[in-house]
Design a protein around this ligand. Structure first.
Ligand SMILES: Cc1cc2nc3c(=O)[nH]c(=O)nc-3n(C[C@H](O)[C@H](O)[C@H](O)COP(=O)(O)O)c2cc1C
Ligand code: SF4
Ligand code: SF4
Length: 291
C-alpha cells in the first residue's frame, strides 16, 4: 500500500479526518491504532500519516505506544494531524520526538480544532452544529496540502502551556490507571457487546454478559457514546479513593467528573458506531463516497 494513515479515535473526529485526507490522496489504507503495529507496518509506504485526538495537552498514551512499535519507511512523506478541541499542548512535539528517535522526520504537522468530547467532564462544546462545519472546512485545506506533499513545521506548545502542563496535567496522567473505576453499567444493558467492540484499548470484556472494565482505559468516550441503551454511566464513589483524594488536590477537574443522565453525548456525525469497530479500511474503494 502506497499510503497508510494511522488514526486513534474515541468519538470519530480523528477517523473522519483520516477519511477526508485519504479521499484527497486518491487511495489510502486507514488503520486504527487499536490494531497490531506489526500487522500494518509502514515499512513500504510512501506516505504515512498519524491522526489523533489530544488528551491532557499531549498525545493519547495508546497512540504513543502504537507509534513507538511501528516500523516506518525512512524516506516516506510523513504527516500528523492533531484534533484537539482547544489546547493541543505538546501533542505534535511528542509525536515528532518518537519519530525522530527512529530517524524519521515529520514533514507536515497541523491542528484541527474539533468538538470537545469528554462528556464525563463537560457537555460537548462548542456546539457541534457550529464547530463541525468549521472542522470540515479546515480538514479540506489540510487534505489538499497533504495531497501536494506540502512541507509544514508542526505546531508547538507555548512556554506558558509547557510550564502549566507539568502542574495541571501531569496529575491527571498519573490518575489514568484509575480512570475506568467509576464506570457503571445499569440494568438497561442488553449485553450486545458494542461497547467492547468500539473500545480502541480492548479494555471491555463481557463476563457472563456484563461489560467489565479492565483498567487500561484511555477515557476516550467511545463506549459511552456507542451504547444503544445509554446504559454506561460514570460515578465517582467512596471506593474510588485515589480519584476522590485527587479532587481535593491539584486536579480540580476530577471534582466535576460524572455523567448526568440528561447530558448530551457527542459522536462525529460522519462516523457510525459500526465505523468505530473497524480495524482497517481501504478508502475510498470499500467505502461509499460522500458528496
Ligand atoms: C480524556 C480526554 C482528554 C482530553 N484532553 C484535551 C486536551 O487536553 N486539549 C483539548 O483541546 N482537547 C482535549 N480533549 C478533547 C478531544 O481531544 C477532542 O474532542 C477530539 O477531537 C476527540 O477526537 P476523537 O473524536 O477522534 O476521539 C480531551 C478529550 C478526552 C476524552
Ligand atoms: S453497549 Fe451498552 S447495552 Fe451493549 S453491552 Fe455495552 S453497556 Fe450493554
Ligand atoms: S473503556 Fe470506554 S472510555 Fe475506556 S478506552 Fe474503552 S471505550 Fe474508551
Amino acid at each position: 500500500m502506497k499510503a497508510r494513515i494511522y488514526y486513534f479515535t474515541g468519538t470519530g473526529n480523528s477517523m473522519r479526518a483520516a477519511r477526508v485526507i485519504a479521499q484527497s490522496l486518491g487511495e489510502a489504507q486507514l488503520v486504527s491504532m487499536r490494531s497490531d503495529p506489526n500487522k500494518y507496518s509502514a515499512k513500504d509506504c510512501e506516505i504515512v500519516g498519524f491522526v489523533f485526538p489530544v488528551y491532557h495537552w499531549t498525545m493519547p498514551a495508546p497512540a504513543v505506544s502504537f507509534v513507538e512499535k511501528l516500523d516506518i519507511n525512512p524516506s516516506a512523506y510523513v504527516f500528523a494531524v492533531a484534533m484537539p478541541s482547544f489546547i493541543c499542548g505538546i501533542a505534535c512535539e511528542r509525536l515528532a520526538e518518537i519519530l525522530a528517535s527512529k530517524g524519521i522526520r515529520l514533514n507536515y504537522g497541523n491542528i484541527v480544532n474539533s468538538v470537545a468530547n469528554y462528556v464525563i467532564v463537560y457537555p460537548p462544546m462548542p456546539s457541534p452544529k457550529l464547530r463541525v462545519p468549521k472542522t470540515e472546512k479546515k480538514l479540506k485545506i489540510i487534505a489538499e496540502d497533504i495531497s501536494k506533499k506540502t512541507e509544514r513545521d508542526y505546531p508547538r506548545a507555548s512556554r506558558f502551556i509547557k510550564r502549566r502542563r507539568e502542574r495541571v496535567m501531569t496529575p491527571y496522567l498519573e490518575l489514568q490507571k484509575y480512570a475506568d473505576n467509576p464506570f457503571t453499567v445499569n440494568e438497561d444493558c442488553i449485553s450486545c457487546g458494542l461497547c467492547s467492540k468500539v473500545c480502541p484499548c480492548n479494555n471491555i470484556v463481557l463476563e457472563e454478559g456484563e461489560p467489565t472494565f479492565k483498567h487500561h482505559c484511555a477515557n476516550c468516550m467511545a463506549c459511552v457514546v456507542s451504547c444503544p441503551k445509554r446504559a454506561i454511566g460514570y460515578e465517582i464513589t467512596q471506593g474510588d479513593r485515589k480519584l476522590l483524594d485527587a479532587s481535593d488536590s491539584r486536579t480540580p477537574l476530577v471534582k466535576i467528573m460524572g455523567l448526568p443522565k440528561k447530558r448530551k453525548l457527542y459522536k462525529n456525525p460522519y462516523i457510525t458506531v459500526n465505523d468505530l469497530t473497524k480495524e482497517s479500511e481501504i478508502w475510498p474503494k470499500e467505502v461509499k463516497q460522500e458528496k
